[in-house]
Design a protein around this ligand. Structure first.
Ligand SMILES: [Zn+2]
Length: 244
C-alpha cells in the first residue's frame, strides 16, 4: 500500500454553505469552526440562483458576499476565507452566473442539481461544455448519487476525468455520508490519470465540518496519498494548482 492521506494532512475545506443560501450558520461562525479544526482556509460555496429552494445567490447577492468576505479576511489575518460559489450547470452546459462575477472568485465549484435524467452522452457533453468555461475549477458531487435513495446519473466519468486533466479542472470527493461521491474506485481512477482530488464536506452546519473524516476514508480506499489531495496544499500552492 502507498502512504495514504490522513485527516491531519487536510488544510482546509473546499465546499461549505452559509446562511447566504441554505446553510444554518453565518460565514463567520463557519470560519470559527474551521479554525477550531486547525484549518488554514475555508471556501464559502453557497448555491447559485437556479437553486431557488436553497435561496441561491444571484449576481448582486454574490457580489455583496464577496465584499463581505474581503472585509472579514481583514479580521482574520492568519486565516484565508476563499470567495467561492457552488454554481449550477444548466441543461445546455452553461453556468448559472455570468463570467464577470465568477472571475472575482478564488475558486469555482460547479454542480448538477437539475435535469439528472439526460442520456449518458448528453450528460457527459453537458459537463464537458461547462468545463470549457475558463472559470470552472471543481465538479462537485460528480455523479449525484445519494446512498440508499438515488442512483448516480448516467455519465462517462472516465471521459470527464480525462478532459478535466487536459483543462486543469478537478472532481471532488464529497464527504457527506449520503454522497461519498466520487466512489473509492473513481478516486483511484483519478489518481491513475494524474488528477488531484479535493476532499470537501459540503457542510451546512459547523458540526458537518467533521464529516471530512468520511471523505478521507473514501480517499484512502481509493489509495490516495497526501500529494494526490488538493486541499493538503497550503493556499498559495493550491492557488497555483487552480490556475488553468
Ligand atoms: Zn450541491
Amino acid at each position: 500500500l502507498p502512504e495514504l492521506v490522513t485527516r491531519e494532512d487536510i488544510r482546509g475545506d473546499l465546499q461549505t454553505h452559509s446562511t447566504y443560501s441554505d446553510g444554518a450558520f453565518s460565514i463567520e461562525e463557519m470560519v470559527q469552526g474551521a479554525i477550531e479544526l486547525g484549518y488554514e482556509y475555508l471556501a464559502i460555496t453557497d448555491h447559485s440562483k437556479r437553486v431557488t429552494v436553497a435561496n441561491g445567490l444571484d449576481e448582486k447577492r454574490l457580489a455583496e458576499q464577496i465584499e463581505y468576505i474581503e472585509r472579514l479576511n481583514e479580521k482574520y489575518p492568519d486565516f484565508k476565507i476563499l470567495k467561492s460559489v457552488e454554481v449550477d450547470i444548466l441543461e445546455d452546459g452553461s453556468l448559472d452566473l455570468p463570467d464577470d462575477v465568477l472571475k472575482e472568485l478564488d475558486i469555482v465549484l460547479c454542480s448538477i442539481h437539475y435535469n439528472r435524467n439526460l442520456s449518458r452522452e448528453k450528460q457527459t457533453e453537458r459537463v464537458l461544455r461547462a468545463m470549457d468555461n475558463p472559470h470552472f475549477n471543481i465538479l462537485a458531487h460528480p455523479t449525484g448519487r445519494l446512498i440508499g435513495s438515488r442512483e448516480a446519473y448516467e455519465i462517462d466519468i472516465y471521459r470527464v476525468m480525462e478532459e478535466a486533466a487536459k483543462r486543469g479542472c478537478f472532481l471532488e470527493i464529497n464527504s457527506h455520508p449520503e454522497r461519498l461521491d466520487l466512489t473509492d474506485t473513481n478516486a483511484k481512477m483519478a489518481k491513475e490519470l494524474g488528477l488531484k482530488v479535493p476532499i470537501s464536506t459540503d457542510a451546512h452546519t459547523i458540526d458537518n465540518l467533521n464529516n471530512i473524516r468520511h471523505g478521507v476514508s473514501q480517499a484512502r480506499r481509493g489509495w490516495l496519498e497526501k500529494r494526490d489531495v488538493l486541499n493538503t496544499y497550503p493556499w498559495k500552492e493550491l492557488q497555483a494548482l487552480l490556475k488553468r
